[in-house]
Design a protein. Sequence first.
Length: 332
Amino acid sequence: MDVRLDTSLELLLERAPGADASRVLATVVATAGSTYRKPGARMLLMADGSYIGLLSGGCLESDLQIHAREVLDSGVPRAVEYDTRGPDDILFGVGAGCEGTMRVLLEPAGPGTAAEAALAAAGRITHAGETTSLIMVHNSSQTRLGTYHGGEDLPLAERARAYLETLAPPPHLLICGAAPDALPVASTARALGWRVSVIDHRPAYAVAARFPGAEVRIANPKSLRSEIDLARCHAAVVMSHHLPSDEVYLRELAQAGVPAYVGLLGPKARRGRLAKELGPLAEILKDRIRGPVGLDIGASTPEGIALSIVGQIHAWLAGRAYSEAVLTQANT
């Protein structure tokens, strides 16, 4: 299933200030050479000088603020270019030293603006697990510069330059089990802008307030396939600390055939015991299951274990090689 690891869109939508705050949307629309961010990266620059997100390591943001103030004052979008190649940049440029060029589109993005509407529309679609697109017109003599949702009619009466960004859904992580050590797993994934679903049969654990930003369900493990649209999940981690529940979760995941990544918390001996209980279904899960789950980063705290789990999922989604190893006392 398609997935997008650059979740700057989701993070901006979540962290955007109140409806009365003036702000400018800055979007990278073209790059060449070595740059901190690539086309499609976004940030919001507020009228008070604060900002959300980064387009560089901090070397361009002060100059972007100057341009953003002019865009706020005039209400007219503009595109600016930065060339950080060669030693002359230290004298005449911004001193980034990144050896690349970047073109940035700046446009008003406050309440009622076209940019705000386009981002919101794209966010709703990707949150539902669908793919959509955004079009950033950054050079045109007739068409208004700015961000358009792919579903809009965009009449381009003349030759124009635009960046078309296809937006697959962000990662959707399913956590089977809402015990205390599931909290840092959920919060780590949410900090990355991922969608998180949590399910548990225990009302004392499955409390929405414990998992800010996540979708929490109280349900019997046997109803996993009916409660959760597993086809929309990119990864699942089974960590209820209740052996019978973990067995049922794994049965449900095996029978569903998705997602392709299934992490199992606990030592190898526990995984072996669950495999015996699953019988033939264990063979079906063999190529999908990662257990003990997580990268070997020497973690020992719940927060460290969460980092190792989410890090392994991130590496897997990105197609990177990773090691599976015993991590912690919780996994050994």
